[in-house]
Structures are given as structure tokens and as C-alpha cells.
Unconditional design. Structure first.
Length: 394
């Protein structure tokens, strides 16, 4: 297969709108890389530049070490699977899959061999004589993938291929594409706004915001060691909780104390602001912030139910929404400063509108500078501050 390198890639549209800003990514041979981020983050534009469907304003794009900025899409040896499948409605499944090979003048026998081999891999052999209108969404998606497979390209590109499928089928196709990657041992670049897809499928994730890369790493690296507030809030479902706190020194200990807003809601005035004692290793990087504010972050899965409030230990509030999911219960808790979501054991009976105490696992807590939004006490070198306040288009 192939390596792909993006070096200082920028895309500027008419009017000076910068959709992609100085993107640098090294994609190894046989690697499955997912570009993820919200709408407008530049991920699809980046993919289209790799495909040759968008011109590169500045920077270098290399495939297998060869500069391809000015190489036409048909000569880049890539195959792309689109969000809307892009099948020819008047052709059969067989002809849709064979079309790209026919226009490249492949021998009839070789075309038949490749089409049937791809159909066998995707388990759509019985569909070869049908036309797209007679297929379900999942079947059409398989045909679109099959059309890419028969090309045997150096690089596969996927542009949100599962977004038109229902939830159950998305999960199934997600697993099938991952299995396909392992079977083909291909270089794949996949774009999605769904962070669950990114976490479950990728060897490496590239998180983007407003055209700027926020962090690159393996799924668990991004989950456990986010470099800024945006990545911490984007990776994980439900997202990480964020609360404004003030750092206080009490003797030899460091605490974070909830900051009550000026216009506090009546229903939360009954609660005392929570104060949480931080761990010694956290105290080291929080000492310079004594008397200042920091953003406290804790994931819903790192919160436990407590039968009673405990000073220095619990977050106190009242429940606004309770979502029983069988294996776990999501509890939305209103505090003085905002909302905390907790994933708790379903054995605890909790209803809406009652007082509750939650115990955060402080070993999993994250702290962010309120100005730069960078994580404090990072175990890995930090990238440049995140792009804040800019507006770009996907």
C-alpha cells in the first residue's frame, strides 16, 4: 500500500476564508487514520485535497514519498467512498463495481475476477444483478466500498460513509469496515464527526477544530491524555464535565472550590459550593494557580454515587434528568456552577428532582487553564493552543 504525508497544508477559499490551516500529518503504510471533528472543522476539505478534488493553496502532499499536489485524481492511485454512495442508478451492482476498471481498459476476465472477489469479501454476490434502487442503505454502502476495493488502490478514502445509515446498521458497518481493513492491510483515511466511530475504528485519530489540528494520537491516548479542553470534551460519550473552580491552599493541602455564578438559579442556592481536595501530584502544578480559577474536568464514568455529602470529597446538587440504560444509569445533576453527568450503577435507585452527592475519582480528574484551555500537568508535550474564536468551513 502507501504512506501519506501532509506538510504544512493550507486551504484558503475566495474571500480569504481559511478552511485548513497548516496541517501536518504522517500516515504510515497500512494505517487506519480517522479525521474527526465537528462540522466546519476542515476534515472533509483535507480529505478532498488528498483525493485531488480540492486544490491545495500551500504546503506539500506526498503519497509514497512522491509529491502529488499537481497530479490529477485519476493518477494518484486512490479510491474514495462518498457519503451518498454515488452509485449509477441505471447500472447493476456488477456494472457499478466494474465501471472504473472498464474505463481503464482492464481485460474482461480480470474485471470479472476482481468484481467477484470483492463481492465475496463483502457478501454481496447475490446482489450483483440488482440495481441500486432495489438495495437497502447498508447494501448500497457495501457496493460503494466494493467499487473502491476492485481498484486495488494505494490509499482508501472514506468521507462519512455511515452517516446515512440507521444506528444499528452503523454499528454493523463500522465493524465490517474495521474487519475489511485488517483483511486488506490497506492504508485507509476516514472522515467522521462521530467520535465513537473514531475511537472504535482508528489506529490513529486526528482531532480538528476550525481547520487546525488539536491533537494526534492513538484512541486511548486522546481519551486518557487530552491536550486541551476541546479534545477532552469531544472524545468520550457522554462528554467530559467541566466546572469553573478556584484553587485554594489550606495548610499543606490544595483544594479546588466551586465558583458560584453571579446569577445563580434559585434551586441551587441551597447547596454549599463543593470543595475537592486534590492529590499531591496535582497540587504541584496547581500551586501557581492558588487564588486563581481553573477549569475542573471529570468524565461521567469517573463519578460514583454517594449516599451522603462529604466535605472535600463530593459534588453536591440535585437531579434534573435520569436516564436508565440497563447496564448503567446516566444522572444529570445541577450544581451551583453548571451540570454534571454521572454514569452510576443501576442498582442505585435515583429519581429526578432529588438531592444527590457524587464522588469524582480524583486520579482521573483533569485541570485546564481558563485562558489557553490547555491541560495542566500534562504527561506529554503539548501542541500549540487550540484555535479559539475562528470560523472556517468544512
Amino acid at each position: 500500500m502507501a504512506t501519506v504525508q501532509l506538510k504544512n497544508i493550507c486551504k484558503v477559499y475566495d474571500g480569504g476564508v481559511k478552511a485548513v490551516d497548516n496541517v501536518n500529518i504522517d500516515i504510515e503504510d497500512k494505517e487506519f487514520v480517522v479525521l474527526v471533528g465537528p462540522s466546519g472543522c476542515g476534515k472533509s476539505t483535507t480529505l478532498r485535497m488528498i483525493a485531488g478534488l480540492e486544490d491545495i493553496t500551500s504546503g506539500e502532499l506526498l503519497i509514497d514519498g512522491k509529491l502529488v499536489n499537481d497530479v490529477p485524481p485519476k493518477d494518484r492511485d486512490i479510491a474514495m467512498v462518498f457519503q451518498n454512495y454515488a452509485l449509477y442508478p441505471h447500472m447493476t451492482v456488477y456494472d457499478n463495481m466494474a465501471f472504473g476498471l472498464k474505463i481503464r481498459k482492464f481485460a474482461k476476465e480480470e474485471i470479472d475476477r476482481r468484481v467477484r472477489a470483492a463481492a465475496d469479501i463483502l457478501e454481496i454476490t447475490e446482489l450483483l444483478d440488482r440495481k441500486p434502487k432495489a438495495l437497502s442503505g447498508g447494501q448500497r454502502q457495501r457496493v460503494a466500498v466494493g467499487r473502491a476495493i476492485v481498484r486495488q488502490p494505494k490509499v482508501f478514502l472514506f468521507d462519512e460513509p455511515l452517516s446515512n445509515l440507521d444506528a444499528k446498521l452503523r454499528v454493523q458497518m463500522r465493524a465490517e469496515i474495521s474487519a475489511l481493513h485488517h483483511r486488506l492491510q490497506a492504508t485507509m483515511i476516514y472522515v467522521t464527526h462521530d467520535q465513537v466511530e473514531a475511537l472504535t475504528m482508528a489506529d490513529k485519530i486526528v482531532v480538528m477544530k476550525f481547520g487546525v489540528i488539536q491533537q494526534i494520537g492513538k484512541p486511548l491516548e486522546l481519551y486518557n491524555e487530552p491536550q486541551n479542553k476541546f479534545v477532552a470534551g469531544f472524545i468520550g460519550s457522554p462528554p467530559m464535565n467541566f466546572l469553573e473552580t478556584k484553587v485554594e491552599a489550606r495548610g499543606n493541602d490544595i483544594y479546588i472550590v466551586e465558583v458560584a455564578p453571579e446569577n445563580e438559579k434559585e434551586e441551587t442556592k441551597q447547596f454549599k459550593p463543593f470543595d475537592l481536595k486534590v492529590l499531591p501530584e496535582q497540587a504541584k502544578f496547581l500551586k501557581p494557580y492558588v487564588g486563581k480559577e481553573v477549569i475542573f474536568g471529570i468524565r461521567p464514568e469517573d463519578v460514583e454515587f454517594s449516599k451522603e455529602a462529604q466535605e472535600g470529597v463530593t459534588i453536591n446538587g440535585h437531579t434534573t434528568v435520569v436516564e436508565p440504560l440497563g447496564s448503567e444509569t446516566h444522572v444529570y445533576v445541577a450544581t451551583k456552577n453548571g451540570q454534571v453527568i454521572g454514569k452510576i450503577d443501576p442498582k442505585h435507585t435515583v429519581t429526578s428532582g432529588v438531592r444527590i452527592a457524587l464522588v469524582p475519582d480524583m486520579t482521573k480528574a483533569k485541570f485546564f487553564d481558563p485562558d489557553t484551555e490547555l491541560v495542566l500537568g500534562s504527561k506529554v508535550p503539548l501542541m500549540a493552543p487550540s484555535a479559539v474564536g475562528q470560523k472556517k468551513e468544512d
